[in-house]
Write a protein that binds this ligand. Structure first.
Ligand SMILES: Nc1ncnc2c1ncn2[C@@H]1O[C@H](COP(=O)(O)OP(=O)(O)OP(=O)(O)O)[C@@H](O)[C@H]1O
Ligand SMILES: [Mg+2]
Length: 203
């Protein structure tokens, strides 16, 4: 597990803690292999999440879906896939609040969408920001999960998937990642400053 604990994590990427590193499923020994396993798992989750069956029969604006999607994205790599974090981080809410904050967030988003409080895209981007920044519900994988959540809800509401910096690698230190984090931080600092993240997600 030392390769996980000794890794130098990119800006804004929550480091994997020892308790979580112990719960790795595949026998691997490099971050490169870990990234490949996760990417493959996430690809399979995509197929499930965007199948017409899932889009038609499930409601991504319900709390169990939030956990289900994380489980599908990481269940071949991490035993904690689909379970909320139990420890404090320097991002997100108190871990004891997650169980209430997720249902509140998805029902707020449903309300914004039903009442045209914002454009559909703005509703989705505000949900994305609240999920990944204010709650940060999982031990890891929050960024990738919250982007896919946002895309699944977009599909459900007849909007195209977001492009999140034109498919440029967001996991590594790229200019797209720097732009993404800067846009999230702008919205952290000022609740009206949603345009940078909206523009980034459609760029
Ligand atoms: N200062 C910040 N303000 C708001 N959101 C942030 C901030 N720093 C990080 N984030 C969010 O947290 C995510 C990182 O969390 P985590 O490591 O759990 O997710 P990940 O999927 O493993 O990583 P990533 O999305 O970076 O590949 C970032 O992608 C971003 O969405
Ligand atoms: Mg991470």
């Amino acid at each position: 597990m030392n390769f996980i604990l000794n890794h130098k994590y990119s800006d804004g990427n929550t480091p994997i803690r020892a308790e979580e590193a112990e719960q790795l499923i595949p026998r691997i020994s490099t971050m490169g292999e870990l990234n490949e396993y996760e990417a493959l798992n996430i690809l399979q989750a995509r197929e499930w999440a965007f199948s017409s069956r899932t889009i038609k029969s499930s409601n991504p604006l319900e709390e169990p879906f939030v956990r289900m999607l994380h489980a599908k994205m990481f269940d071949q790599v991490w035993k904690w896939a689909g379970t909320y974090r139990k420890h404090e981080l320097n991002i997100g809410c108190d871990p004891r609040e997650i169980i209430q904050r997720i249902p509140q967030l998805v029902s707020n988003a449903q309300y914004w969408l039903d009442h045209n409080t914002f454009s559909i895209d703005e509703c989705l981007i505000r949900l994305h920001h609240q999920l990944v920044s204010k709650i940060h519900p999982f031990p890891n994988g929050n960024g990738r999960h919250a982007r896919m959540m946002t895309d699944v809800i977009a599909a459900k509401f007849g909007r195209p998937e977001f492009t999140w910096g034109a498919g440029e690698n967001l996991v590594a230190e790229t200019t797209a990642r720097a732009a993404y984090l800067a846009a999230l931080r702008a919205l952290d600092a000022n609740d009206n400053d949603v345009k940078p993240l909206l523009d980034f997600a459609r760029s």
